[in-house]
Ligand binder design. Structure first.
Ligand SMILES: [Zn+2]
Length: 432
């Protein structure tokens, strides 16, 4: 089970949880056929609505010449040709289509409508035109609206099609119990030979409150391969887990194999051997992601239960400052850490403070607040003028010798007392 998305409403959180399903061989075939059916309807509807769209564009210019406007949002809901098309598709169903739940077809067309209206809506420039769904897509799935499935304990039941005389209802099992408050559309999908269902829930706020008493502040400085935490005492969170090292080595090995095969002959790319190695590589990648995700969730949970207030640095600045390979950044999970921390902090609720972009947490002395400027600044490689090492912080005012990352985490811990924070809150008050 993994988290997919979190939305906050007034009194509750909407959260989508993904469960892995364990269907039998026969049910797998049925699952696949449901996916195929959604694709069939989607593509059929796409063909029809493409014609309608062309007509819409024609009419738009036609009406525009007369000084009238056809609103984009009306295209899907009110455009007569499209409504007729939908009815037509339902009407023209062949006998074999009735062995599938009719809601699958309904959802496919509704989703297509949504995608289409997003595409036409100019406020959403990133939306492309809905695409043809190929059976070669690595991810296949179907969706069902609320109330057309039943959750009980560890099983989810999908009602069979109206004229399906061969099978009973499709019953799928997970290993974790479903919660009591599902809402909206569930989506079933299969990927890499595994089966999943994503169920959105409305979780009431009182259910989220934890019983743990948290107090104190933590400043966290994010670095490549380790995080430094300060809450009165130093703590280093190591990200180079032993398991991961093993997988990183093996990924390197597989990548080298693939590169050699490519270099030797371009035709190798489609060969059986090439694909086999590629599959192994992808398997290792997904394992790494799973391990990282698990580690991150546990780490953030622990932090959220322990501290009242958590202070981190603005990460965009961090990225620029570090100027290191994207591999290192990716493996240090900066983005994912911030994302998980943000929503967990809302939930518990902790106070998450992101330090100002201008706050020079690496340049300040945590003991006397002396700030290094000009050629005294420490960079990733230390300081050239004073010949300090990359991990040293030596203060030229009070003479303190500190570890660079520990110093930065103390500075974040003390951020609320710094003039940067006071200035920031002052300007914020003025603007309000
Ligand atoms: Zn100092």
């Amino acid at each position: 089970m993994k988290r997919q998305s979190d939305k906050k409403t007034e009194n509750a959180f909407i959260r989508t949880l993904v469960y892995r399903l364990y269907p039998s061989k026969a049910d797998q075939v049925r699952f696949q056929s449901y996916c195929d059916y959604r694709r069939y309807i989607w593509n059929q509807y796409k063909d029809e609505s493409d014609h309608a769209y062309q007509r819409y564009r024609y009419e738009k210019t036609y009406y525009a010449k007369l000084g009238m406007k056809v609103k984009a949002k009306d295209f899907c809901s009110k455009y007569p040709t499209l409504i007729r098309t939908k009815k037509q598709i339902n009407h023209d169903k062949k006998a074999w289509e009735y062995q599938y739940p009719s809601k699958i077809a309904l959802m496919a067309m509704t989703d297509y409508d949504n995608a289409m209206s997003n595409f036409i809506n100019k406020a959403m420039p990133d939306w492309g035109k809905p695409k043809f769904r190929s059976k070669r897509n690595p991810r296949q799935g179907f969706k069902l609206p609320a109330k057309s499935f039943k959750l009980s304990g560890k099983t989810i039941t999908v009602a069979k099609g109206r004229k399906d005389k061969k099978h009973g209802n499709l019953v799928l099992k997970t290993r974790q119990e479903f919660l009591d408050y599902p809402t909206g559309t569930v989506s079933f999908y299969m990927e890499k030979g595994r089966y999943y269902v994503a169920v959105p829930y409305i979780i009431p706020k009182e259910k989220l409150k934890s019983n743990t008493e948290f107090k104190g502040t933590a400043g966290i400085d994010l670095n490549v391969n380790h995080y430094n935490l300060y809450d009165g005492q130093h703590q280093v969170i190591d990200l180079n887990m032993k398991q991961l090292k093993f997988y990183y080595e093996r990924i390197k090995h597989y990548q080298r194999l693939l590169a050699r095969k490519r270099k030797f002959d371009k035709k190798n790319i489609g060969s059986h051997n090439y694909l086999e190695t590629k599959t192994k590589l992808q398997r290792d990648y997904s394992r790494v992601v799973n391990i990282q995700n698990d580690f991150l969730q546990k780490l953030v949970l622990k932090l959220c239960q322990k501290y009242e207030r958590i202070i981190i640095e603005d990460l965009d600045v961090k990225h620029m400052k570090m100027g290191i390979s994207s591999k290192g950044l990716h493996r240090s999970m900066f983005g994912a850490f911030r994302h998980v921390l943000t929503y967990k902090c809302e939930q518990y609720p902790n106070e998450l403070i992101v330090a100002d972009r201008l706050y020079p947490s690496t340049q300040i002395c945590s003991k006397c607040q002396y700030r290094k400027t000009g050629d005294e600044k420490i960079t990733l490689w230390g300081n050239k003028k004073h010949h300090t090492k990359h991990n040293e912080y030596i203060c030229y005012q009070c003479g303190a010798e500190l570890d660079r990352d520990e110093n930065a985490s103390i500075n974040l811990y003390q951020y609320l007392e710094s003039k940067w924070y006071k200035e920031k809150s002052r300007t914020e008050k003025q603007t309000v």
